[in-house]
Each structure stands twice: as C-alpha cells, then as structure tokens.
Design a protein around this ligand. Structure first.
Ligand SMILES: [Zn+2]
Length: 380
C-alpha cells in the first residue's frame, strides 16, 4: 500500500470540520481490505470510525482525525489546497501535516505487518472543531465493551526538525474567555457625566497577566494568560463608549484544574472590572502520560529507525489526547509541526515513508509475535 497515493486520496477530500467529504470511507475501505472490522459511529452529523482486529491484550490503538482546519486565504496557496499536488518531492495540501499523511503512513505500515495481535483505530471527523461529537463520545462506548486499549498512539504532528525527533506525552489544557465591561456613554469633554469602561478593562487584563498562576513543572511551561483581542467598535473620536470587550485564552499545566482556574479568573475580574460579564469555556485540562515503560518502548522503537532517541515534550495546542488519557496512556508521534494550519501546508515524501517505518517499528515492538512481511525484519 503506497502511503503517498493514499495521502493524496485523503487530501483530495475537502473535509473541513464538520464535513467528512468521503475521507473516512477511504480509511474504512483500506482497513476492511486488511481484515479489520469497521464500525461507523456518527453523532450529530459528525463522521467517526472505529476499527479493530484481533482479541486479547496488549491492545494498541491508533488515534487520529480526518477533519482539517479551513484553508484561509485560498489565493495565497501556491497549489490548490485540496488537489494533493506533488512538487519538489513534497506533498502539498490542507491536512498534509495535520494529519492525513500520518493516517496514510499508519495504514501503510499495517499492510506490511503480519500479526494476529489486537489492534484498533479510532478516527474522528471532529478534532479541529469543538471536538464534542468525536473521540469524547466514542470512549465511553469502548469502555462499555471493554475495548479500551493499553496504549493509544496519536498521529498528530510532533516533529520539530526531523520525523521521529520528538514525542508528545502530554499537552497543556485550555480555557478561552470573553470579558465585557459596561459603563455609561457620554461626551469625552464631560467625563464626569460618564463612566468609561476601558480603564477598568485594561486594569483587569493587567491583573490577569500579572497573576502568578504557577511556575510550571519539569514537564510543563508555566500556566499563561494571553489576551487575543480588545474591541470597542467605537467609530467616534468624541464619545466615551458604553462597553468594551476583551477575548483571551489560558493554557494551563497539570498544576491547575480548569474548573478551579475559572474561579480564580472570576474573582480577579470581580476585583477590578466593575460592572461586567464574564464568559468562560473550558476546552480541557492538561494531560500527562506517566507510564515510563511504554514511553521508553516507543522511544527505543523510533531510535531503531532514526538512530536517535526522540525527545519528549508537552508543548503545542490541545489534541484528543486530553480525552483518551483519562482511559489509557497516550503517546503522540507524527510529522513535522512546522506548516500545520498554515497556507501551503506540506510534508516531504521522504518524511511520510520515514513515519511509516517508525510506526512499523513501534507496532513490532509493542505487539507480541508480530513480524514484517516482504522485507528484512526491522528490529532483529
Ligand atoms: Zn491535528
């Protein structure tokens, strides 16, 4: 199974969340041909796929998503984002790095693997959006059926310079929020008759920036507050506005619980914001895989392919690892992070092949009695 051709087929499906656009059908077709039992578990119009083969333990699950983020300004793309163009030994298109080519690499590795060992795949069409009707909803169903794996390998982009140089064993959690401060509109020349909400909002944001949430841990950066916009929408130069609104985000580490942090934010706003509205959305707590044995096994399997032990990291945005880690250890390993979500997202063809070898080596080392067909055994 050619991972490049399969990558192209997947990129040619314009599967911007919540659309599936035929992507999961392609995955399903290949898995069925490899002897997997496939089950579509669609919720609220979101397509999800669970596939499995073999019985017993240890069970390894590959986790991934076929949905992609929007293309942004399409006129800025060198090649059309859903054409799957190959140029300069690279494959270009939305979802190339994040993470269709990783799915293709894993399927292609499966085709070369001879094993009766238990394997499963959990592929969702709702990771880049709200992530409400994907992985989060599938896990309780798998738990009910006693199908929670012993390790979940997620194919999110994790590499910095070369494929296999970095694994993610955790991710920070995330909260986003919107703070609106209210005042009294009036003429700028008569401020005594008005109540300007802007200084209160600014003071509150400064307090939030200055608040010593924590100093981070060995594996995590400190919890951080960042404002993303301040809006008044005031076109006049001589009117003090009635309200001002700020949007912000917090990335939190394992020292914090998102729910507790929301209480801290509420009380800080209470102190300086005056009359205000605060809306907070929790996107997830931080997660950290602490199963050193499994981390080491995956590191060693990668070293056999690349010649170097990968670094372990917890940086970057949230992934479905935050949901899965509540059930089993999670390790993320995929292509280069560099162009994900950008205009002209691309990956090198060499990297797709290399990731396939990495996945094959991990499968080989994790699953008992597995071997590689049609070539020298990688890990002898
Ligand atoms: Zn992703």
């Amino acid at each position: 199974m050619d991972p490049i051709k399969l990558s192209q087929d997947l990129i040619r499906c314009p599967s911007i969340t919540p659309h599936n656009a035929g992507a999961l059908e392609i995955v399903e077709k290949h898995l069925t041909s490899l002897g997997f039992t496939c089950e579509r578990l669609d919720f609220e119009g979101i397509a999800n796929l669970y596939a499995q083969k073999g019985a017993g333990r240890p069970r390894l699950c590959f986790g991934g998503h076929t949905d992609v983020v929007p293309v942004g300004a399409e006129n800025l793309w060198t090649a059309s984002p859903f054409q799957g163009t190959i140029k300069d030994e690279k494959l270009w298109g939305r979802g190339a790095a994040d993470m269709k080519c990783a799915i293709a690499a894993f399927l292609s590795a499966l085709a070369d693997l001879k094993t009766e060992a238990p394997l499963s795949l959990l592929i969702t069409g709702d990771e880049e959006g709200e992530a409400l009707h994907g992985t989060q909803r599938l896990l309780p169903l798998l738990a009910e059926r006693n199908l929670i794996p012993d390790l979940c390998l997620i194919g999110e982009p994790t590499a910095l310079k070369e494929v296999g140089d970095t694994l993610k064993i955790g991710r920070r959690g995330s909260i986003t929020g919107q703070l609106t401060c209210f005042g009294k509109q009036g003429h700028i020349a008569y401020p005594q008759n008005t109540d300007n909400p802007i200084p209160r909002l600014l003071a509150c944001l400064q307090d939030l920036y200055a608040y010593p949430f924590d100093e981070g841990t060995e594996m995590f950066e400190p919890t951080r507050f960042e404002a993303t916009s301040i809006d008044v929408g005031n076109l006049a130069t001589n009117i003090i506005p009635q309200k001002v609104e700020a949007r912000f985000g917090i990335r939190l580490n394992t020292l914090q619980k998102a729910e507790d942090l929301c209480e801290v934010l509420k009380s800080l706003c209470q102190k300086t914001a005056g009359k205000h509205d605060l809306h907070l959305t929790i996107h997830g707590d931080a997660y950290l895989t602490e199963d050193k044995e499994k981390i080491h096994l995956v590191q060693k399997a990668i070293e056999k392919v690349t010649g170097a032990l990968p670094a372990i990291s917890t940086t970057g945005g949230t992934t479905d690892g935050r949901f899965i880690s509540a059930y089993c250890p999670v390790i993320e390993c995929g292509l280069l992070e560099k162009t994900m979500h950008q205009v002209d997202e691309h990956v090198s063809l060499k990297d797709i092949h290399q990731l396939k070898e990495i996945y094959l080596s991990i499968l080989h080392d994790f699953l008992p009695d597995s071997s590689t067909s049609g070539r020298e055994n990688l890990t002898d």
